[in-house]
Ligand binder design. Structure first.
Ligand SMILES: Cc1cc2nc3c(=O)[nH]c(=O)nc-3n(C[C@H](O)[C@H](O)[C@H](O)COP(=O)(O)O)c2cc1C
Length: 175
């Protein structure tokens, strides 16, 4: 894996989050930066074009549930211009209702995944990987490696522990 060109794509939400209070750097963003640092990959954050997500956690859960139920594809603000040049793409986000935020699927739908190796990474508060790796397999059709699952509050509040976990999991995958 060391000679591969690596992209680390993620969605992450600041504001009020489950078990960590009001955060200014999202849990998944913290993990994404660890992965990019460890692998030498390029970072890309998926941002919404019209970011109307509520800051408050409970209100956000309602919006997220409606988006999931309608299989929405919220418009995203920008894209990776040299996507085709990457060999390995880490795709990350928070677990939202046992899935990824729909904006991640907006990003996926925009690209040709043939020949890519995809590695899911998620932050969560108990669900673990859920069916996300399977959903990503279906959405991309790409070769998949085992996913990384990290507790959001550990990424946020115990960074050394989170980093050790991330590095161990990456090593097992050959990064
Ligand atoms: C809308 C919403 C739905 C969530 N659903 C789940 C869930 O199904 N399972 C789970 O373990 N955590 C769930 N969580 C907790 C998040 O996965 C967790 O707080 C995550 O680390 C947030 O990452 P972020 O700061 O990068 O957005 C949910 C959080 C939100 C806001």
């Amino acid at each position: 894996m060391r000679n591969k060109k690596i992209l680390v794509v993620y969605f992450s939400k600041t504001g009020e989050q489950y078990s960590v209070g009001n955060i200014t750097e999202g849990n998944t963003a913290i993990v994404a930066k660890m992965i990019a640092e460890q692998t030498g990959g390029s970072l890309f954050e998926i941002k919404l074009k019209n970011n109307t997500y509520p800051v408050a956690y409970t209100a956000l859960t309602e919006v997220a549930k409606a988006e999931k139920n309608s299989n929405a594809r919220p418009e995203i603000a920008s894209d990776v211009s040299d996507f085709d040049s990457y060999d390995v793409v880490f795709i990350g986000g928070p677990v939202w209702w046992e899935d990824l935020p729909m904006a991640v699927y907006t990003f996926i739908d925009k690209h040709d995944w043939s020949g890519k190796i995809v590695v899911p990474f998620l932050t969560h508060e108990g669900s673990g990987l859920t069916s996300v790796p399977n959903n990503l397999k279906n959405a991309t059709g790409a070769e998949m490696l085992d996913g990384l699952a990290i507790y959001g509050h550990i990424a946020q509040n115990e960074r050394n522990k989170a980093k050790e976990n991330v590095v161990n999991q990456l090593n097992k995958l050959g990064f």
